[in-house]
Design a protein around this ligand. Structure first.
Ligand code: MN
Length: 379
């Protein structure tokens, strides 16, 4: 689970311009087993990524025979340069050209397939990359405040603008084909297990099933050998275990999102922003889970707030009034400008969907923490 710092959350609530949540698979192929096209794509990418051009040739023939179009294969080879570099991609494309020439000489007519539609999106490319990442991960990846992206803003920019905007916006292949391409490259390379884990997760988010990923690992093993198969298997096992742990509910339409650390909350709080203010609704929304005793700082919403309690028992207090006990099913309408706090009860967690309307009046204004004395004043 990725941890984010509260300033990021704050900037979110204050209103980064973004998009809508759509974790639905782009693909219509929801079979439990990989299609023949998907199966044959994996060795094509793996051999390209390691530069095994001799084995790449029959792999390309298999893919074309299975119905992959020329443009689909071309796009996977373009996509993989983001992970394996231009030299591997270019050698792969050269080999692909040879294979196509040979097939043409044999009288085989391969389908070209559709090309990428033109992009007519005038919005900032960085924001578009962040939007794609949100679609893929269900989490916000705004400008980083720590980690490699803060250390090297250049790579953060290139990653978001180029990989997640320029490449991902090309509609020649679907997100699940891109993900199959990505995990095929990452399974072929040494020392990139954390990225392989992230991309197994994204693959599940875009509609590939655990069974299909298991099949993927078997194909990696038969393509690249037992050692690489074992690494991919270990990473996949860890990913599936984490997704089944208490803080990740695979069956939920709204995963718990990111743990918020420090800043404007006391205790352990999970946030998944589900409505980001990119449209004309002037509204944001997030699923927020407070572990027992966790709570927000005192704060006000200039545009008011609606809290819909979906699980557990918690507290809500408007300044000058007694603490109100809130339970699953309760809907609290907080007036604009009312100073308040909300959180879990002493013994139980509390999950609510927090909706921030009228954002044109301003985002949340944070104040001081809720002291233990204030929190305990119920009793
Ligand atoms: Mn509030």
């Amino acid at each position: 689970m990725k941890k984010i710092r509260t300033p990021l959350l704050l900037s979110l609530i204050l209103g980064i311009s973004c998009f809508s949540l759509d974790l639905k698979a782009q693909s219509t192929e929801r079979n439990q087993s990989l299609s023949e096209k998907q199966q044959t794509l994996i060795p094509i990418v793996a051999y390209t990524a390691i530069g095994d051009l001799q084995n790449l040739k029959p792999a390309l023939n298999n893919g074309l025979d299975a119905g992959l179009t020329i443009n689909e294969i071309k796009e996977s080879m373009v996509h993989l340069y983001a992970y394996a570099g231009f030299p591997r991609s270019i050698r792969g494309l050269n080999t692909f050209m040879e294979v196509l020439d040979e097939r043409e000489a044999d009288g085989i007519q391969d389908e070209e397939g559709p090309e990428a539609s033109p992009i007519n999106d005038g919005r900032d490319k960085y924001d578009r990359g962040v939007e794609t990442l949100y679609e893929l991960t269900g989490s916000n990846w705004g400008k980083p405040e720590s980690g490699y992206g803060a250390f090297s803003p250049a790579i953060d920019t290139f990653l978001k603008e180029h990989l997640f905007a320029d490449l991902f916006e090309r509609d020649v292949i679907s997100y699940d084909q891109r993900q199959l391409t990505t995990i095929s490259v990452l399974s072929s390379l040494d020392g990139v297990e954390p990225m392989l884990g992230s991309h197994f997760n994204i693959s599940l988010n875009v509609g590939l099933t655990p069974g299909q990923l298991q099949e993927f690992v078997s194909i990696i093993e038969s393509t690249l050998g037992e050692e690489r198969g074992d690494v991919a298997q270990a990473v996949l096992n860890q990913v599936l275990e984490n997704r089944n742990s208490e803080h990740y509910n695979m069956t939920s339409i709204l995963p718990e999102g990111n743990e918020v650390t420090g800043g404007n909350f006391t205790g352990t709080v999970w946030v998944n922003m589900i409505i980001l203010p990119n449209d004309h609704l002037n509204t944001n929304g997030g699923k927020v889970k407070f572990e027992p005793k966790a709570r927000s700082y005192w704060h006000t919403h200039p545009g008011g707030q609606i809290l819909i309690v979906t699980d557990g028992t918690g507290y809500h207090q408007i300044e000058g009034k007694p603490i109100q006990i809130i339970r699953e099913g309760d809907v609290i309408k907080v007036p604009p400008g009312a100073k308040h706090w909300h959180g879990a009860s002493h013994e139980h967690s509390m999950t609510h969907t927090a909706i921030g309307p009228n954002l044109d009046k301003g985002g949340v204004e944070w104040a001081e923490p809720v002291s233990d004395e204030e929190y305990d004043s119920l009793h």
